[in-house]
Write a new protein. Sequence first.
Length: 504
Amino acid sequence: MKEIYSCKFARDKIIIEALKTIESYSMMKNGDRILISISGGPDSTFLTHLLCLMRPVLNLTLFGFCLDHMTRNGESAKDALFVEKLCRELGIELFRQKIDAQKWCRESKLSFQEGARKLRMEKLLEISKENNIGKIATGHNADDNIETFLMHLVRGAGARGLSGIKPISGKFIRPLIDIFRKDIIAYLDNKKISYCVDRTNIENIYFRNRVRNTLIPFISNHFLKSFKSNVLRSINILKDEDEFLRDYSVAKLAEIASIEKSETGKYAALIKIPVLKIKEEARAVQRRIVLAAIEMTNGTLENIRFNNIDDILGICSSGGESKVIQPEERIRVFKIGSYIYFMNVDYIRLLPDEFRQFLKSIGKVEAEKRGKEAEKSGKEIKVGTKIKLKDFNLELSSELLKIGNDKIKFNEVKNSEAFLDYAKIKPPIKARIWKKGDKFYPLGMQKEKKLQDFFINSKIPIHLRKLVPVFIDREKIIWVGRHRIDNRVRITEDTKEVLHLKLF
């Protein structure tokens, strides 16, 4: 890296700052093949020019990836054409794809921002694997890091969530993570380098935009001008502490647990931990041991929430009855006697027969407990309240919204919530466990479908179906919780009142 600092292009302050970040985290080495995620915005445009400047010095082979989300009334297509021209001028091989992101997000039951990010990451990893590309560079900057910190803070994250965006995460490298957006734009304008402007970034529809456009300016203007720099310092401190806690807890897990690996060795099929060994540790380390065990069996911590961790620690008591918790679709956590187990359901076949039969008996007992009362009539829901659905280990909020008066963000709908036409619902509304013979009209379908067939088509295992809350009115199913609403209660142009149900 030292030879880069002597280059002519390393005279600009912003370039030097980026080079320091790259060197500090050892992001690149001579001969690297790097795939750049390019949207055409200022961040990715600057990143592309930066890596092109470094290309001859470090003998880099650069590739670009651009995803046209088919949004913003054709503007995303114009941005893709800009990226194509940019890559052609800079001599970068471009992988360009066009996908209806809104449709993909709806089918994946994700909000647009969350789904578009996930879709982009999946495609980047897919292309890098197919073309033997070792690293993926993204344009995340210091402002993105601060916004992420504040979003997680507002939502109640721990040190892991507050440690911000990692400079390096697997294949992903983020050379601009220490550079502010205003400095990037100033550099591009000064050098007369063109870039695209996404008008949706100034619309306060999304949570991140409200943090960016409202919260951060308010704090900076009314409390402390150096607010953003101070937050970055806090992020770096938390990042270091988070890494220490993570490394310590992973080592501790290896020390106290017995681990059965899967056939490939990529995941753990089963992790067995003495409850007393976990209880010996400080509460912060207990949480990290649980996180490490989940990551080892699941391969990711995506969709794992703080309450999942505390629920698991809540069953960590020696003796007593056996208990089962499902923190994520592929993971079962259960306590038997003085041990707690973390199991990836994909690898249950690797366990001894007697152990599998024991697990089935536990699942059967748990299902019977949940099902006895719920199968009879269900839990009644009064609109405008928040109630606990103990049979499903969930909470539910319900509210009535008026079309026109209330701002309903249908483009941000998650699989944990449903918007229904209230006029088409016949109270009382109840939540219950599914029963054989249940039928409904899945959204978008004009034919009735057995709920059992829907579960099979959706690849929901038998042992998880009792965990799916079924919402009904006096005559019909209105929502299969977290999966699909009934077509008969969908929102139409004639809808005046909307029932909003949300699961926690």
